[in-house]
Design a protein around this ligand. Structure first.
Ligand SMILES: Cc1cc2nc3c(=O)[nH]c(=O)nc-3n(C[C@H](O)[C@H](O)[C@H](O)COP(=O)(O)OP(=O)(O)OC[C@H]3O[C@@H](n4cnc5c(N)ncnc54)[C@H](O)[C@@H]3O)c2cc1C
Length: 228
């Protein structure tokens, strides 16, 4: 985006090195990580605005749950700009000004810091996976249901190989890899996992990632837990 690099921006890697609290923060992206950071800063007293290009907050989550989270965020003072197409960032004497288009209208917002939270990408190019015969795409290392790569001696787990990028998914996948790589017998399969989940900022509104669009757990009725 024109001007963003010159104005300076934060990512999930640099955010935690801040030594001063920004008075005004723009969060670009309405996914779980941006949301988590938005809520945290709002509760610390920062004026937070979340910019989203599309019309849905927490777009991968259950719509009813996302609406509950959004209402809670609004109570915390977080502002939402839906359908906001960011065009340019300008550095001024008083801050960083984000210029955007929303519903055909031009708008601008001045902030002290910008957090870019529009997703992470796998970092595999430098590994020379071609030499090992390990196939990958721009989404990461390609694995089968047993987490084996195209080289049968090499497995992959974690964000670089999984659709759902969560700590507990990485943990569960690593256990599958250990079983399948080191022990004989039937292979464990990723598709057999039933994984509870929730958007990270919703600690007070636990939910399962078992919505009408996703399979429900087999066996006992669903329960919720507020623990991490
Ligand atoms: C801000 C933030 C908040 C999050 N909050 C939550 C949460 O509340 N709950 C949750 O479940 N998940 C959360 N996640 C997601 C979670 O962190 C990841 O799903 C998890 O860390 C994945 O583990 P991993 O081992 O696959 O990858 P990582 O933890 O990212 O580890 C990958 C490692 O590989 C190294 N590496 C990368 N490229 C190379 C290379 N070419 N050569 C050598 N080393 C390399 C990296 O430096 C890193 O040490 C969050 C993520 C972020 C960014």
């Amino acid at each position: 985006m024109p001007g963003l690099a010159e104005a300076g921006y934060l990512t999930n890697e640099t955010l935690f090195q801040l030594t001063e609290q920004p008075r005004r923060l723009a969060v670009i992206g309405g996914g779980p990580i941006g949301a988590e950071m938005a809520q945290t800063f709002a509760r610390l007293g920062t004026d937070v605005t979340i910019f989203m290009r599309d019309d849905s907050f927490l777009p991968k989550e259950d719509r009813e749950a996302a609406a509950v989270v959004e209402a809670a965020f609004r109570r915390d003072g977080v502002q939402f700009l839906y359908g906001a197409d960011l065009r340019e960032v300008m550095l001024t004497e008083t801050g960083k000004v984000l210029h955007y288009q929303q519903a055909g209208q031009s708008g601008q917002l001045e902030v002290d810091a910008i957090l870019v939270s529009i997703g992470r990408v796998p970092n595999v190019e430098s590994l020379n996976l071609e030499a090992a015969g390990v196939a990958y795409t721009e989404r990461g290392v390609t694995v089968d249901d047993t987490l084996r790569t195209s080289n049968p001696h090499i497995f992959a787990a974690g964000d670089v190989a999984l659709k759902y990028q969560f700590t507990h998914m990485a943990d569960a996948a690593t256990r599958i890899v250990l079983q399948n790589a080191l022990f004989p017998g039937p292979k464990k399969k990723l598709s057999n996992l039933v994984v509870p989940g929730r958007p990270t900022p919703t600690r007070r509104w636990p939910m399962w990632a078992c919505t009408p669009t996703k399979p429900k757990p087999r066996g006992s009725p669903m329960k919720s837990s507020a623990s991490h």
